[in-house]
Design a binder for this molecule. Sequence first.
Ligand code: ATP
Ligand code: MG
Length: 403
Amino acid sequence: MTLISFKCYTLYGDFMEKLIMIKYGELTTKKANRKVFINTLTKNIENILKDIDNKIIKDRVRMYIYSNNIDEVTKRLKKVFGLHSIVIAYKVDTNISEIQNISLEQVKNYKTFKVETKRADKNFPIHSMDFNRQIGGYILKNSDLKVDVHNPEVLLNIEIRCEGTFIYTNEIKGIGGYPVGIQGKGLLMLSGGIDSPVAGYLALKRGVDIECMYFESPPHTSIEAKNKVIKLASIINEYSGHIKVHVVPFTKIQEEIYKNVPDSYIITIMRRMMYRIAVNYALKNKMKVIINGESIGQVASQTLTSMSVINNVTNMPIIRPVACMDKLEIIDLAKKINTYDTSILPYEDCCTIFLPKHPVINPDLDKCLLYESYFDYEKLIDDTLENIEIITNLKEEEFDDYL
Ligand code: ATP
Ligand code: MG
């Protein structure tokens, strides 16, 4: 890491620093866990900035990031969960003439303004309201600007803290949520559809670190279908930074199901097998929950009866972040997080290829158990678990060529 100085001089010869100030999100309400929250958040930010010169300083209420590439850092921070807002600020010593000069500099190109002072350092002798008036008066005297307290063109924020005074005019809203990893790890069943990437995003947002599992059935499913899933994983990886994809060779199990199970129960049994594999793998790899993109009533395997019969193979919690969302709501979110265009590419998934004409809507558990006794699925599952391919280092561009 190179040693860098982020200090610079203003037009007036004052000493100031341009930096990013972070206001923490929901985590500030969880007083007991604050330390863990802030440390996880710091680790996540260090990870996404590891290829950029930067210096991070943090305390209980704020984090400060110095960098020579503030624009790129800001762009990346917009995808970090746990941030209430990202502020590009100027830091000066708490000295009235310096504060006046930088304040004027910040607002001079606008027509109307309002000053809002926060006095976190109670040793500072002037009260916030009085200081608003003092700085406002200085700006009025030295420019053509006018005060508008209700609808100002620019809001000038002045935060007087023990470590210095921070002056800023633009506060960018963060994406909120909890820092990824604060809740431990879950396994996302990631298909190439619209729902499961959105489910993954929502789980990450609540602080669940995820790894992805994809069931492929070559030659019935194509390499394009697999690359599409990897691409989707790489898009949601922008919110995590270290997602892996576990690719399960599912062909043999699917073919056995197809041979032994009546048509209408194929999907139900297939999904019970997927759950068994996912749970087994999750337990071995210290993951606490399974996450998937099931949505109540969307297809035959997602009626409440179907879901409960499928869920019956495990006690592990299954989190379904989009269970109660309308398809249109899910699509809106998929567009927002940039997975939609990839999800709608046409390559077929194993569920679509083996889809029967009339899948059962209210499956019966005893029938499932009977059909499953027709073949040695436990041995097949053991073999499958031995042959899972793990894909790490997801780089979105690398998969574009294959789609
Ligand atoms: P999506 O739900 O992601 O839009 P889909 O609607 O085609 O895809 P469904 O058949 O509705 O998928 O399956 C419901 C959920 O089961 C998926 O959201 C996903 O979590 C999981 N799933 C289905 N197929 C696969 C697969 N091949 N690999 C991994 N998970 C899968
Ligand atoms: Mg679906």
